[in-house]
Design a protein. Structure first.
Length: 185
């Protein structure tokens, strides 16, 4: 575990990275999170390391460096699994699925989203469950599997509505409308 001064320095890197994101400076965020990771390598703290890897992964997606992002999300997932954080693992699996989705690797995306879904359902995490329903629906839509995609989007919409997540329910409804009006088969 890192000492108090090191922890403050590491947390300052995290704060700097988040501030850079708020200001639209993804390169600065990348640098700040990378500095934090360097500090963590010298003083391992698996939970903080997973947070930094996750944050850096999201920044790398924004910088269109998806292969690097994929590595960070996978490493964060392995760390979460190693210290028993099933929810953290599920969120990382969802992130991995989204990178595969962006890379048009549909089968790998489905596998990752399905693993995340299983954990979210097991843990009773409704938002994560609904998000994975929607993600899986999107992949089936991309694969032109209209009926399967519709079923997943309908499940997502219903769950979002039950949770009071109006914006996400509206997005699921938009996807349903696109599929039903476009005749995608």
């Amino acid at each position: 575990m890192a000492g108090p001064n090191r922890i403050e320095e590491i947390d300052a890197c995290n704060d700097a990275g988040r501030l850079c994101i708020e200001n639209g400076d993804l390169e600065g965020a990348c640098d700040a999170f990378s500095r934090g990771l360097d500090l963590l390598e010298k003083s391992p703290d698996a939970k903080r390391l997973a947070v930094f890897l996750n944050n850096l992964g999201h920044v790398l997606v924004g910088l269109d460096r998806r292969d690097d992002a994929l590595e960070r999300f996978q490493e964060a997932g392995r760390l979460c699994e190693s210290f028993g954080d099933r929810m953290g693992l599920a969120w990382q699996l969802g992130n991995v699925g989204s990178v595969y989705r962006d890379k048009e690797e549909h089968q790998a995306a489905l596998e990752s989203y399905s693993k995340a879904l299983a954990i979210f359902e097991e843990q009773g995490e409704s938002i994560g469950t609904a998000d994975q329903y929607s993600n899986i629906g999107y992949i089936h839509a991309r694969k032109r599997e209209r009926e399967t995609a519709l079923k997943w989007f309908q499940k997502a919409k219903a769950l979002y509505e039950s949770l009071g997540q109006e914006r996400k329910a509206s997005l699921a409804e938009q996807n349903i409308q696109i599929l039903t009006s476009s005749g995608i088969t």
